[in-house]
Write a protein that binds this ligand. Structure first.
Ligand code: ZN
Length: 271
């Protein structure tokens, strides 16, 4: 599943290709995504210019003259910039044609992605209102995490993956950040000290920042906006390394199930 670094990598790729360009056509080949895409976009979008491409959590916000497209990649989606005359591929569901001679195509075999058109502040859309702070933003730090965790018995890994607490820390990055901070994933959130939350917040920033610099972690279906895979995977400490020696202490990495997701951790380094 594309996580925050992959979405940010996509944003940077498509922003460079879209910003300042006018949309000349919107083609909808299959509107049956997670929510049905409005066929009216084929009339609404042409003639509008792309003002900017932003990101909030794992949503891409494509700002146009009269509103904003909110795009989500779902479980298996990718947005790619191609020549406008590129042939349509299987699972290509919509495309934006630009006056540059390029186009933006959305491919998604599992169709959990989405596309919404909003006028007014997109951050107030029901999909986005109520989300926690951005992990790379100024209001995310150890003190914030400690305040939100106070008295809570939920496991710290699930706490960290709760989008109301902080957005965009998916399974891979939660596992990796907890390893770097030396915190056992099952520890109750309310029993993590402020000092350790400070280390955890720094680890979240580091892990996400490194993954963005590497162009996103390549997992199964993911390709970035120009089709190149990310290289972060070779740097993972624990994720999908069950049974292999810890890169720090050589103890075999263990796997456990939490909330129907696999968590990977080092039983010696994480307490
Ligand atoms: Zn270890």
């Amino acid at each position: 599943m594309p996580e925050l670094p992959e979405v940010e990598t996509t944003r940077r790729g498509i922003r460079a290709a879209l910003r300042g360009h006018e949309i000349t056509a919107f083609v909808l080949r299959d509107r049956r995504l997670r929510w049905p895409v409005s066929p009216g976009l084929a009339r609404e979008l042409p003639g509008q210019t792309v003002r900017d491409v932003r990101r909030r959590a794992k949503y891409l916000l494509i700002d146009l003259d009269r509103g904003t497209l909110i795009a989500h990649l779902g479980m298996s989606g990718s947005l790619r910039v191609l020549p406008a005359d590129a042939p349509w591929a299987k699972h290509d569901h919509y495309g934006l044609t630009l006056d540059s001679g390029g186009c933006l195509r959305f491919n998604d075999p599992r169709r959990f992605g989405s596309l919404h058109w909003v006028q007014g502040d997109p951050l107030e859309h029901p999909l986005l209102a109520g989300l926690g702070p951005e992990p790379l933003g100024h209001d995310f730090d150890g003190a914030y995490l400690a305040a939100r965790a106070k008295g809570r018995r939920v496991a710290v890994k699930q706490f960290l993956m709760d989008q109301r607490v902080v957005v965009g820390v998916g399974n891979i990055y939660a596992s990796e950040a907890l390893f770097r901070a030396g915190i056992h994933p099952r520890r109750a959130a309310g029993r993590v000290s402020l000092e350790r939350f400070k280390r955890l917040a720094a680890a979240v920033r580091d892990v996400l920042g490194e993954a963005i610099r590497e162009g996103g972690t390549t997992l199964r279906d993911y390709v970035s906006a120009n089709g190149t895979p990310g290289y972060f995977r070779q740097k993972l400490f624990v994720y999908e390394r069950a049974g292999q020696p810890c890169r720090r202490c050589r103890t075999p990495i263990r796997r456990l199930a939490q909330g129907q997701r696999s968590t990977y951790f080092c039983p010696a380094c994480q307490t």
